[in-house]
Design a binder for this molecule. Structure first.
Ligand code: PMP
Length: 438
């Protein structure tokens, strides 16, 4: 395959020289992308879980073009109709009283804004996040993350302050010993209460967590977990912040992942899918009372490109696309994707578990003989990772999948515009990868 010269361009999440052969994509249409050699791929990852409306969606491109012609940039301390409209529409789709939006640019910055707001509002500094979580790569957001590789960078520079960690409520490879998902959910919630009590509830400003885990493995919490977490947060006067950077905008079959839990958080952070990744945009949706305090007292912080008008125009058009059938398509196709992935679990010993929600799924691998989970090679620095081989074979068969943190899994997060035939094609390529590897 031909490659453009990328010798001066350092890719993000660069794994070193082994990672040199990255794809250079030149065009996309719907769920398909084409590289600089003309080879086509089914993008079963929506790039980084973000091109939710698919590539080259004409109404989004048109809205951006029109906005750029009218006025491409307006200061983030002023406003413009596209920005106001998007804020109103987000408030309309968000649960309950989350009616005000503080725009940002990236997911990392949205999370940093949310914790700045929470700390000011609560006059308390500790924020609790899950081990294994991912909340961004900038210093403060990297410190919020529970992923060992991300944290190792920020902690080396002593940049993590005011963050405590709690154990995730995952069922596969769970740190808890409950016999059923419900029991594990209960144990995980009790554990969070223990952590809050021992941190000292007055010092805890917020719990920040993904409603459905993203990069750490597409796992939803067991039934009842979030209801209990909401009760605990209320009891100890701790804010609940849902990081919806991946789980929002239809990805889990609803506007927001927390919507699938029936729980109302105090803030939601969003990014990625809000514009279907056509332009960088992110933000914090805040409860009216919190927002009222910001409005009354002021909030002397901001970013030049927050709520960029061209990105807001993309956001408004993307929200139309989600409402006009994409979220429904996600809901309709989710059981079929699950069924096809469970077939792989039944057929191959190396597939240890599959879990997910909507069109966000993880295929977890383990030793085909013993069933033992693989150790994350990025933490152990073990160059030989069979899961990487599975993905490579799938890529050679024309389907792009994602890697998780830990990298013991293949992640599925396709654009929401796919159909059943796309799912069949992806699952077949994955099966070919598994057969070639194990
Ligand atoms: N939160 C979550 C849950 C994420 O998955 C990500 C990125 N994958 C972020 C925050 C950070 O977003 P960004 O890369 O836009 O800074």
């Amino acid at each position: 395959m031909a490659r453009t010269d990328r010798s001066r361009n350092i890719p993000h999440w660069y794994a070193g020289d082994d990672d040199a052969d990255v794809l250079s994509l030149t065009s996309g249409e719907g769920a398909r992308v084409t590289d600089d050699a003309g080879d086509e791929y089914l993008d079963f990852m929506a790039q980084l879980y973000c091109v939710n409306a698919g590539h080259s969606c004409a109404p989004i491109v048109d809205a951006m073009t029109q906005q750029a012609r009218e006025i491409p940039y307006v200061s983030s301390s002023k406003t413009t109709p596209a920005r106001d409209e998007l804020a109103a529409r987000l408030a309309d789709r968000a649960p309950g009283s989350l009616n005000d939006v503080f725009f940002s640019i990236s997911g990392s910055e949205a999370n940093e804004s949310a914790i700045q707001i929470a700390r000011e509002y609560q006059d308390a500094s500790t924020v609790l996040t899950r081990w294994r979580s991912y909340h961004g790569s900038t210093y403060a957001a990297g410190g919020l993350s529970g992923d060992p590789e991300t944290r190792s960078v920020v902690e080396r520079h002593a940049a993590t302050t005011g963050v405590g960690k709690f154990l995730p409520p995952m069922v596969h490879n769970s740190p808890f010993d409950g016999d059923t998902p419900d029991e594990i959910g209960q144990q995980a919630a009790d554990h969070l209460e223990f952590v809050i009590k021992n941190e000292g509830p007055d010092s805890v400003a917020a719990v920040l967590t993904e409603p459905v885990a993203g990069t750490s493995g597409a796992y939803p919490a067991p039934p009842g977990y979030f209801e209990r977490v909401r009760e605990i947060c209320d009891e100890y006067d701790v804010l609940l912040i849902a990081d919806e950077v991946i789980s929002g905008f239809g990805r889990c079959g609803d506007w927001f992942g927390i919507g699938t839990e029936g729980v109302e958080p105090d803030m939601i952070t969003f990014a990625k899918g809000v514009t279907s990744a056509y332009a960088p945009l992110a933000g914090v949706l805040a409860d009216e009372e919190i927002a009222a305090e910001i409005r009354a007292d002021g909030h002397p912080l901001g970013q030049t490109f927050a709520g960029h008008p061209v990105a807001c125009a993309a956001g408004n058009a993307a929200m139309d696309a989600y409402a006009d059938g994409l979220i429904e398509n996600c809901r309709e196709l989710a059981p079929y994707l699950e069924q096809r992935l469970r077939e792989l679990e039944a057929r191959y010993g190396a597939v240890a578990d599959v879990h997910g929600r909507g069109l966000l799924w993880s295929v977890e691998f383990g030793d085909p003989e013993t069933g033992e989970p693989f150790v994350d090679p990025r933490v152990e620095r073990d160059a030989d990772n069979p899961v990487e081989d599975v993905r490579e074979v799938a890529t050679d068969h024309g389907v792009l999948f994602g890697s998780g943190r830990p990298d013991t899994q293949v992640l599925c997060s396709p654009p929401l515009c796919i159909d059943r035939a796309d799912i069949d094609e992806a699952v077949d390529a994955l099966a070919t990868g598994i057969e070639a590897t194990f």
